[in-house]
Design a binder for this molecule. Structure first.
Ligand SMILES: Cc1ncc(COP(=O)(O)O)c(C=O)c1O
Length: 391
């Protein structure tokens, strides 16, 4: 497949290897293992002397189809799919790092990622320094001789802070570290981190790539060398690989990614503008609004502001919970990236298990709410929020 094709075309055409049955849609390969013609072929496959599938913990054609499509869309040489977004981050670190090395990470990242770095990896001798995702000088100061990885999300979860990928790539390059970007909020439909210099891209495919809240999945993308010689070896041995069924579901999700992202972003912008006019709201965080501190950078780096809108409700936790509890349409659930809009109180859910200090440093207050805007009509969403915010 010619990877110079446009994203819309790659989303429906890349990664297809039609079988002799001539099926039009992508098949699902629900099989744990693959048969060999004879003992010599089995030996050759295990010895890596002949390409081909062996066992679905290593490779599976449905998973390969997703990997090829997603790599084409992100513009990277290689991709490995994983069982979840968290296992993608774990595989990236375990595959590319060793004890005694160091991560510099943005503070504005998903709560479980903070715990993975600060709790689990620390136990195995990998230290992390957390800095502001928007302060390039702070990243320079945090570099140590053993720094191996720079890690960020842009826009960040839940405050939609925008990190300057190109500027941080320069700092990472000077430090001899790889720059890893979690592209969960934008997806390749809105932002391709590789074009700004990222070395590795992480996805929670659970979110917009599936896009309909059905399955968990993840992916790590980058150069063939980093992915195949670094990350894949860990996955193949340790086993947090993606199932064939989930790969198929996510692959079909990719086909509608761009139109969903555009429609959901347009609704998010309209909702954010409306929220800014509500007297009960202290502040709205949305990269598409001129009031966002990194609005200009977002316009350079992303095609739209994305579909996540966060806002501080006056009156702290009590007032924020009142807004959540008054919704009848918007789902009260921690997931995002669905066609159904969702509302979350980050301080007591997604970011509830990190320390109070870390939460305060990340700017996640008790009045903060995050809405992941879906495909409902914006007027219905406004009406639903009016219950808790007042008309
Ligand atoms: C930005 C981001 N990265 C990673 C993850 C982890 O993904 P998963 O839940 O698929 O493990 C999430 C989950 O919400 C997320 O929001």
């Amino acid at each position: 497949m010619d990877n110079d094709l446009d994203l819309e075309t790659l989303a429906v055409r890349a990664g297809i290897h039609r079988t002799p049955f001539g099926e039009h849609s992508e098949p699902i390969y629900l099989t744990s293992s693959f048969v060999f013609a004879n003992a010599a072929q089995a030996a050759a496959r295990f010895a890596n002397q002949e390409p081909g599938n062996i066992y679905s913990r290593f490779t599976n054609p449905s998973v390969t189809a997703l990997q090829e499509r997603l790599a084409a869309m992100e513009g990277t040489e290689a991709c490995v799919a994983t069982a979840s977004g968290m296992s993608a981050i774990l595989a990236c670190c375990m595959g590319l790092m060793k004890a005694g090395e160091h991560i510099v990470s943005s503070r504005g990242i998903f709560g479980a990622t903070v715990q993975l770095f600060d709790g689990i990896l620390r136990k195995f001798g990998v230290e992390t320094t957390f800095v502001s995702g928007t302060d390039v000088e702070a990243w320079k100061r945090a570099v140590q001789p053993n720094t191996k990885l720079f890690y960020l999300e842009t826009p960040s979860n839940p405050l939609t802070e925008i990190s300057d990928i190109a500027a941080l790539k320069e700092v990472a390059r000077a430090a001899g570290a790889w720059l890893v970007v979690d592209n969960c909020f934008c997806t390749p439909a809105l932002q391709r981190p590789i074009e700004f210099g990222a070395d590795l891209i992480i996805h929670s495919a659970t979110k917009y790539l599936d896009g309909q809240g059905r399955v968990l999945g993840g992916a790590v993308l980058g150069s063939r060398e980093l992915i195949m010689e670094g990350v894949f070896g860990f996955l193949r041995t340790a086993g947090p690989t993606l199932s064939a069924f989930n790969a198929w579901v996510i692959n079909k999700g990719l086909e509608t990614l761009k139109i969903r992202m555009e429609a959901q972003s347009a609704s998010a912008l309209e909702l954010a503008r409306w929220l800014e006019t509500r007297p009960q709201i202290e502040r709205v965080y949305y990269p598409g609004l001129p009031s966002h501190p990194q609005h200009a950078l977002a316009q350079r780096q992303q095609r739209t502001g994305g579909a996540i809108v966060s806002f501080d409700v006056k009156g702290g936790r009590e007032a924020a919970w009142r807004v959540v509890d008054a919704t009848k349409l918007i789902s009260i659930t921690a997931n995002l990236g669905d066609t159904k809009s969702t509302i979350t109180h980050p301080a007591t859910t997604t970011h509830g298990r990190i320390s109070d200090e870390a939460r305060a440093a990340a700017g996640i207050g008790e009045g903060l709410l995050r809405i992941a805007v879906g495909l409902e009509s914006v007027e219905d969403l406004k009406r639903d929020l009016t219950g808790g915010l007042g008309a």
